[in-house]
Write a protein that binds this ligand. Structure first.
Ligand code: TRP
Length: 473
């Protein structure tokens, strides 16, 4: 896409203009800066609101209603301001639809691209591996610039993976496994370095938590992440609180980003207000910086141009829209992204699983008995009220949380399809469906707990030591 230019009349770039408008809660689909007077933001906003015209780039590309420019879409139009009532930002996921968020609409609203059959086939062709079931089943459903990563890979050019985790509690839940399971698969299939950011600083800033506690949660979470099976020779895991003081590259990149993003922009993207602490306001630069290889001089031999691919849940996209906007202005390339759906809460897909609500979550520390009780007691069912009705009309997999969880954790496509058919026809009862889920999760979590037990403090320390990995640059 052509580079967007600052408006000749009000000297704001389109992102700033766009956010000025959306910050005021208006559903403005198209912008025109032409009549906005120089240096008069308020008037510009008023004009934009009243004109609802389109914004032209230097090359004459015009953005029209319904096709917001890539990287320039707001997080959401604000609660209650969308036709479908879906609300998605890095802190809240809420919808009134029992099937969950409408992800096709989210792709349009965020301006990302769908992971379609063509892309999945290309991944298979290029890597020679059967696509992961998260790809086959639409669990990773959206992307930005994945084709560029595949181009690089085909041309034997390097790239690296970046993902992360905010350590909000000591125990992680099964939903947290999704990005890491998938990242591990990507690391194996592409054989590339991986950096994992643990944002203990973020959790200190957002939660009622001491710095000591945030760091302690970071270490506990790192053990769970290592237990997912990452290769110690190809993976660097870092706590922000620790690495920021150690790395010559990381803080420099943070400061560069901070110089090129305005308060207006982060207000528009993240909804910060004047009473938010300045730590929150500057935090997005810290989550952005690992997208640039010069933040890890020890791994990339001081090179700043190694492309980055970020697997994450779609709620993290606002951070990376900002990152992609700022990248060319500080001489770096934009990171590519692979987005996953949210992991639904036990009570239903209207919201995501959250560690702060123990009844909504199955934790990686739960015993087989706890897993069984939680699923039987809390997992929202798409079955009918009585056995007779269920046999007659069948169950609804679209809203059934146990079935949804099986799509994440039951790898066998044939078995999953059988369960779906049987449940939909009424042959399989809710209790039996729940049993299938319990029997899938119990061994999976027990195996995770076994692996986690083997993770010593020494192993954690080694993963967290800034060092060269098994790649030359
Ligand atoms: N903010 C994320 C969270 O709260 C953590 C995170 C940092 C992250 N960097 C990331 C997630 C990169 C995905 C990709 O969980």
């Amino acid at each position: 896409m052509a580079d967007l230019q600052n408006c000749d009349f009000c000297s704001l770039n389109p992102l700033e203009l766009f956010e000025q408008v959306t910050a005021q809660g208006e559903k403005v689909r198209s912008l025109k800066a032409e009549k906005a007077p120089k240096d008069d933001i308020d008037t510009a906003v008023q004009l934009l609101l009243s004109l609802k015209l389109s914004y032209k780039t230097a090359t004459g590309e015009e953005y029209k209603a319904g096709s917001p420019p890539t990287d320039f879409t707001p997080v959401s139009n604000g609660p209650g301001d969308t036709e479908d009532n879906d609300f998605v930002d890095p802190w809240t996921v809420q919808t009134s639809n029992a099937k969950g968020v409408d992800y096709d609409k989210l792709i349009v609203r965020f301006g990302s691209s769908k992971i379609d059959k063509d892309l999945i086939n290309r991944i298979e062709r290029v890597t020679g591996h059967k696509p992961h079931h998260f790809l086959r089943r639409g669990i990773f459903f959206s992307h930005r610039d994945m084709n560029q990563i595949l181009d690089a890979y085909e041309n034997k050019k390097p790239f690296y993976l970046y993902t992360g985790r905010g350590p909000s509690a000591e125990a992680m839940h099964v939903g947290h496994l999704i990005p890491f399971t998938f990242t591990k698969w990507l690391q194996e299939v592409f054989n590339v370095p991986l950096v994992i950011q643990i944002t203990d600083d973020e959790k200190y800033l957002w939660k009622d938590m001491t710095l000591e506690k945030a760091y302690q949660c970071a270490i506990e979470n790192i053990k769970d992440i290592i237990a997912c099976g990452f290769d110690i020779n190809k993976t660097f895991i870092f706590s922000d609180l620790e690495y920021l003081g150690m790395s010559p590259g990381f803080y420099r990149n943070i400061v560069k980003i901070q110089k090129h993003v305005t308060f207006n922009q982060v207000k528009g993207i993240f909804g910060f207000t004047d009473s938010d602490c300045i730590g929150k306001i500057s935090f997005p630069a810290i989550q952005a910086a690992p997208s640039f290889s010069s933040s890890f001089p020890q791994i990339f031999n001081n090179k700043s141009n190694i492309p980055c691919l970020i697997p994450c849940a779609i709620d993290q996209d606002p951070y990376f829209r900002m990152t992609r906007d700022v990248a060319p202005r500080i001489g770096f390339s934009k990171p590519a992204l692979l987005h996953s759906v949210f992991f639904p809460a036990l009570q239903g897909a209207q919201t995501k699983m959250s560690s702060s609500d123990p009844n909504s979550s199955i934790f990686l520390t739960d015993t087989p008995k706890q897993i069984k009780t939680k699923i039987n007691k809390h997992a929202f069912s798409g079955g009918k009220d009585t056995v007779e009705e269920h046999r007659k009309y069948g169950g609804n997999c679209d809203v059934d949380v146990s079935y949804m969880y099986l799509t994440f954790f039951l790898e066998d496509d044939d078995k999953l399809e059988q369960i779906k058919q049987a449940y939909t026809s009424g042959a399989l009862l809710t209790g039996e469906l729940k049993k299938a889920l319990i029997e899938t999760l119990q061994p999976l979590i027990a195996a995770h707990q076994q692996r986690r037990k083997q993770i010593t403090d020494e192993i954690v320390k080694e993963f967290m030591t800034p060092r060269k990995l098994a790649f030359d640059y």
